[in-house]
Design a protein around this ligand. Sequence first.
Ligand SMILES: C[S@@+](CC[C@H](N)C(=O)[O-])C[C@H]1O[C@@H](n2cnc3c(N)ncnc32)[C@H](O)[C@@H]1O
Length: 254
Amino acid sequence: MKRKSDRTRPSLESLIESEDLGLEVLHPGGLEITRELAELCHIQKSQKVLDVASGTGESACYIAENFGCEVVGVDASEYMVEKAKRKAENRGLNIGFRKADAHNLPFEDGTFDVVISECTTCLLDKEKAISEMVRVVKSGGYVGIHDVCWREGTPEEIKQKLADIEGEKPETLEGWKRLFERAGLKEVIAIDKSYLMHGWGKEIKKKIGIVGQIKIFLRMIKNWGISGYKAIRESERIFQSEHIGYGIIVGRKP
Ligand SMILES: C[S@@+](CC[C@H](N)C(=O)[O-])C[C@H]1O[C@@H](n2cnc3c(N)ncnc32)[C@H](O)[C@@H]1O
């Protein structure tokens, strides 16, 4: 079983999840990929949708507003759950955000029409997290994720380095598809969205701005010293390399 990631260690994920970066969407592709995922999962009005690892709640709010369905969001971080609750309240949305572990979802079997999870499964025990998503979706319902992928032929030492720094263990796009099939899902589709990864780092920096970037640099040095800064630069290089891709994977529970 994959170790749970330690967010007190230097990593890009710790920075992205930190409290004051002002980032609302914590995945590449913005809300356009959220829409694409929702459409591939055939989300429709009045359906019940679960967003696993819902982060700031941006996608859950977007889906509730644009698809008119009932959305529930869970996240392991108290901070994220509170932020998401405030956001939904400010937008006049009734979304049930709660703290929960993706490996052990607090819902009965077959509760949801659709279960999604964006840019998080590679951080988790993938088999366990996918089997939980499959368990809580209804028969005939859809499970869909988008996540980081390795390109075919990536050397093992690079994979190990990312696992050591970020606690992330992506699959190749085919590998994700196989995991979905092994979890019992049918009609599994996997769509290559790798082009989204390449501009993401720049996009984040632009959103954070120069002052934000300086603050982050100082925080990195204060929290983790030069060695922490170097580790984060190393994972940034891996994320910007030709070894990294991105993909959407969707399957239907028979
Ligand atoms: C990269 S962010 C993605 C957030 C959101 N899905 C999005 O795309 O904007 C990863 C999220 O996973 C959450 N997370 C990490 N481990 C988790 C777990 N075991 N169970 C539930 N949420 C988890 C983090 O708190 C964080 O909000």
